[in-house]
Structure formats: C-alpha cells, structure tokens
Design a protein around this ligand. Structure first.
Ligand SMILES: [Zn+2]
Length: 436
C-alpha cells in the first residue's frame, strides 16, 4: 500500500510509503488532505515530478465491486478497495413507497383524475437500484483519480469472451494454447446453467462443488464444445462418469431429456451482455483515460496462473490482458467502502397502516454536523471516557449517536465529511517474509 501525495497546487504526485508520509507529516512539510483514502498534501510546488505507470482496475459485481490501483512496472498493488452496493436497499425503499401509494389510492376517498404522466423513463435508462451501482463505482473512480496519478483503466466488461470461445485460435504468446479458452468456456457454462446442477432431482442431494460435465463423455468421443457441456455438481458428475445421458437417466430413474435441449440452445445475448456493465463502461470513457477491457474468464485465468487467493480486490488486480507477471499483494489492507446514500427525502414517516406518524424537520445538519460524518471524539470523563473514531448519527438536539452511545457534539471533531459512503478496513494480507 502507498499513500497518495499532492503538491500544494493539488497536482497528483507519485504515491509514497506510509513511513515516509508519517515523517513528512511529523516534520510539518505536509498536511492531511483527506482521510479516505488517506492522502497527504505537500506545502510546496513540485516541478516536473516523476510519475509511475499506475492503472486503476475494476471488477464490477452485483453486490460488491473490486477496485485496485496497480503499478504496471512493478506489479505492486498500491491501493485496493471493495465497494459494497445498496441495490437491495434501494429496491426495498421503492417497493415500500409504492405499496403505501397503492394503499392510499385504494382508500375510499374523493376521486381525483390522474395528473399528467410525468414519470416517463428516458430510453435506455437503468432502474434506480442498478443506476446506483454504476454511480458508486464511477464516483469512487473519479475520487481516486483526484489523488492518484492514474494513466489508464482496466475494466472487466463481460463475464466471458464469446468470440474467443467460438474461435479457438488464441493470439498472444503468454497464453498456453487452449488454456484460456477453457476458463472462458467454464464461465459460460456456469452462467448458462445459473450455477446449478442439471442432474438435481428427487432423492439425491447435490454436492457444493460444481464441475463441468460432458453430455457425451470424452471417452466416447464427446467434444469440448459448448453444446456438449453442462453444469453438474461433483457428486453427480462422478456418478455419471462415462455413461451416456440415456444410460444415466435409466440409472437414476429420472428423465433428463430436457438437459440435452438446454445444452444445445445457445445462451441468449441478453444474458451474456450485461446492461449495467456497458453503462459503466460508457461512463468510464468520459474519464478520458485509455481503457483496456477484459472478460471474467481472463480475470480468473490471470488469478489462477499467479496462484493468488480469491477476493474481489485481487480479482480486480487481475483484470485485463496487460496484467503484470508478478502481482504483489503483500501488506495490502483493502478499504471497505459501503454505499450508504445521502439519507432520505421522505418528509413524512408513516406507521404500518400508512398513516402519517411524525413530520421530519427540514434540517439535515445540527451544529455543523451531518449524519454520516466520520468524527473523532475525545470524551474527558464518564462511562465512555477516552478517544473514539466513528460515523456519527445526528439528532436535532445536542446528543448524537457514535459507535452505539450518545455523545455531545462539543467533544467531536470531524475528520471526514459525509459523502454517501461508510469506510472501514478489511483484513491485511500477510507481509513479505524477511530473509534472515
Ligand atoms: Zn447434483
């Protein structure tokens, strides 16, 4: 991990080590610019700084997106983060709003003609829960760009590479013939069968591990093409072994004839091409950085080849063809970024019957603090005496909630302004073992 550094004109410089950042802060040559990600600002101008080749790499996911900043020359992971999205929370609050509205309109009250329909969606817009995912990643990327001198972007655009799968001729010398294709195929089959065993049936429980099964076994001349492959759990895959589908049907006493049709049918484009990923890709283009795209199969191939463990941020570091040979993940502590939103605009809370409960005040801040601010508390006496750091929840009276207890704002100092995200740190990866 490296600490981003700005010069006094806020120009991005080469990130430095935490030790050096500490020394600069201690000697008064620099000040803390931002808390998350921890950034320092020098008190002088740096002319013609040397800038390393830094690449931001993004592995988008439905619940969690991995982000990594990698030094392309050394392979060092400079920064890592996992963004936890709030798609479900948004959907739940929209559902609740809708049900209250429906309830209200069902009531036997006066009849009002509907007003003009001003809720038309623009063509090609994403639903709010997906839109938030795109915005989360885009805004974090933009913020990182303000503090790291990023030169390019690598982005996992598709789960698997359709073209590569159909055309086994693989270019590029660093990949062994056919090997990468296998990763793409595996990803394809898993998605096509929705990560479930096709031989699941009454009277036989499935195993946790998923394998790729050949409908016509390899021993009987079955091919490696997508039409002959299905997703099966390890137990049923081993049970079927070198039986044909018909023989296996007889053995289990279950009709599996639909499996064959399912395997033959190509995956629909809609399932292969993900609208959210494309939307984010188009948004990333506006950063004006060169973008390299890769597939999920390639990411997995890169990670497996480098013998790296599975984590969202490590996957992100492995996105794209130009991944350095030696990805260094020692001493990395991924920043956990949880999307929290900016509070609600609902002015009137309702009880469970949909009747108004209490009106909210219009103020969202009190004594200069806002819910979501990260604060430092220095409490001199009492049960919670001592120093505390955390995310504060305000009330409209001088009593806020911090880490589960109440605190007066006079003991607080804000260290990071509420920005729609909550931050914490994940487990640190092991450091380099020192040679003796
Ligand atoms: Zn099974």
């Amino acid at each position: 991990m490296k600490v981003p550094v700005l010069d006094t004109t806020k120009k991005t410089l080469a990130p430095t080590t935490p030790r050096r950042a500490r020394l600069l802060l201690k000697s008064g040559k620099a000040a803390v610019f931002r808390r998350y990600p921890f950034t320092i600002i020098l008190k002088r101008v740096i002319e013609n700084p040397t800038i390393p080749d830094l690449k931001i790499k993004i592995d988008p996911g439905s619940k969690t997106t991995g982000v990594a900043v990698v030094n392309q020359q050394t392979g060092e992971v400079i920064f890592a983060a996992e963004i936890h999205h709030r798609g479900q929370a948004i959907k739940a609050s929209l559902d609740s709003r809708r049900s209250l509205r429906r309830g209200r309109r069902q009531r036997k009250t006066r009849y009002r003609k509907p007003r003009s329909d001003n809720r038309a969606r623009t063509e090609g817009s994403l639903p709010p829960s997906l839109e938030s995912r795109v915005e989360n990643v885009y805004s974090i990327t933009r913020r990182l760009r303000r503090v790291y001198p990023l030169k390019s972007v690598a982005y996992e655009l598709v789960r698997f590479d359709m073209q590569l799968m159909q055309n086994p001729k693989i270019e590029g010398i660093e990949y062994q013939q056919g090997e990468l294709q296998g990763f793409e195929l595996r990803e394809y089959v898993l998605i096509k069968f929705n990560h479930t065993c096709v031989y699941a049936g009454p009277g036989s429980l499935c195993d946790q591990v998923l394998n790729i099964d050949h409908l016509i076994p390899r021993s009987r001349g079955g091919s490696n093409r997508a039409g002959n492959l299905v997703c099966a759990c390890r137990k049923h895959n081993e049970e079927k072994n070198n039986l044909s589908l018909e023989e296996y049907s007889k053995l289990r006493g279950v009709d599996f004839s639909h499996v064959k049709a399912q395997a033959k049918a190509p995956l629909k484009d809609a399932a292969a091409v993900n609208a959210t990923r494309w939307d984010l890709f188009n948004r990333l283009k506006s950063l004006d950085l060169p973008i390299e795209t890769g597939s999920g199969g390639l990411t997995k191939f890169n990670r497996t080849k480098r013998e790296l463990p599975k984590a969202h941020w490590i996957d992100a570091a492995c996105v794209g063809e130009r991944t350095p040979e030696n990805i260094k993940i020692e001493d990395v502590q991924p920043l956990q970024i949880k999307a929290t939103g900016h509070g609600s605009r609902q002015m009137c809370r309702t009880d469970k019957y949909g009747f108004p409960k209490a009106h909210r005040t219009r103020n969202t801040s009190f004594m200069g603090y806002e819910t979501g601010d990260i604060v430092k508390a220095n409490i001199p006496k009492g049960k919670f005496a001592g120093r505390h750091v955390g995310r504060v929840t305000i009330r409209q009276r001088p009593s806020f909630t911090l880490n589960g207890f109440d605190v007066h704002p006079k003991y607080l100092k804000r260290i990071h302004r509420s920005d729609g995200f909550a931050y914490s740190f994940g487990a640190k990866t092991a450091g380099r073992t020192r040679e003796t």
